[in-house]
Design a protein around this ligand. Structure first.
Ligand code: FAD
Length: 283
């Protein structure tokens, strides 16, 4: 048996799984929160399945979320005019990024799957998690030089959002006061995950955990564990392959090929048509 195959026993049969590395980037202050329970469930389940799990617990680490001059150790390539993207790209090439960024980059490099676990803040990720993205996704390392989307440097890795909300599911349906969750997720899943190359898995969403019964929450935790048991076999969400863009736009040939289809290719590349009502929620 290959070294990285794990044997597990389930339902009376022995089967083999590939051992994988998982990084969970976790953004909640309180271990007793439902996010804390989801984190522990993920670690426990994935480790029991033989995977290796690393956690970046951003508040506990006091992770600095603000991009700045101190992200580069030593002198700058251009002292008179600070351009963060170019300076960090050059520091990455020269090994002069600050240590806290380097450590997170190494975790990201090792990971086959990255799970972002967080409570929804202002329809997006909490600032500390946004800052992790801002500082760790350095140009050259995570994107750039024509390497984007399906060609992004992180291609081959799986990425997913697992988050809780304050508002109920009804507030996020297609008639809901907060707007359709399918639409709200385009910037995060396309802009933050697909842009750098991830195969994006369907999001795991818990609407209003504070307003459901304890039994419901326990059931949600069980279901999360069951999903994680097969997370490496799941199909990913559909995005347009990067090769279909010419000078940053969909090629005429691709657009023509879409003309008879009912739905747009994606929410973002909507070509003025209806888009799939579940494209950001299900494969
Ligand atoms: C700055 C800010 C911005 C926000 N913006 C938004 C927004 O844009 N949209 C929105 O919808 N909401 C928003 N919210 C609300 C926020 O998203 C929710 O409060 C949060 O997602 C709830 O998750 P939690 O883990 O904090 O829940 P908690 O309140 O910690 O947990 C819910 C319940 O689960 C229980 N629990 C914990 N562990 C277990 C366990 N093992 N088994 C069973 N039960 C357990 C807890 O005891 C608690 O009763 C915002 C909040 C803030 C502070």
């Amino acid at each position: 048996m290959a070294k990285n195959l794990i044997q597990s026993f389930e339902s009376g049969r022995v089967y083999s799984k590939q051992q994988k590395n998982v990084l969970i980037v976790y953004a909640h202050h309180e271990p007793k929160s439902f996010n804390g329970a989801l984190l522990r469930k993920a670690v426990e389940t994935l480790e029991a399945d033989g995977h290796s799990v690393e956690v970046s617990d951003l508040y506990a680490m006091h992770f600095d979320p603000v991009c700045g001059r101190t992200d580069i150790v030593g002198s700058l390539r251009e002292e008179g005019f600070f351009k963060y993207q170019m300076e960090t790209k050059s520091a990455w090439e020269n090994g002069t990024l600050s240590d806290d960024i380097k450590v997170e980059m190494e975790k990201l490099k090792r990971a086959d799957l990255v799970i972002f676990q967080f409570p929804l803040y202002w329809f997006t990720v909490p600032a500390i998690l946004k800052g992790w993205i801002d500082r760790v996704y350095v140009m050259g390392f995570a994107y750039g030089m024509g390497k984007l989307y399906s060609d992004g440097p992180l291609k081959g890795k799986r990425g997913m959002l697992s988050f809780t909300t304050g508002g109920p599911g009804a507030a996020y349906c297609d008639a809901g006061m907060n707007g359709d969750m399918n639409v709200l997720l385009w910037p995060l899943q396309n802009g933050m995950l697909r842009f750098v190359g991830f195969d994006v898995l369907a999001p795991q969403i818990y609407y209003a955990p504070a307003h459901v019964s304890d039994d419901d929450r326990k059931q949600w935790l069980d279901d999360w564990g069951k999903r994680l048991n097969n997370i490496f076999e799941e199909p990913s969400l559909k995005f347009v392959d990067f090769s279909n863009f010419t000078n940053t736009k969909l090629s005429d040939k691709y657009v023509e090929g879409e003309s008879s289809k009912q739905y747009a290719p994606t929410i973002g590349q909507n070509l003025g048509k209806l888009f799939s009502p579940t494209g950001m929620l299900k494969p």
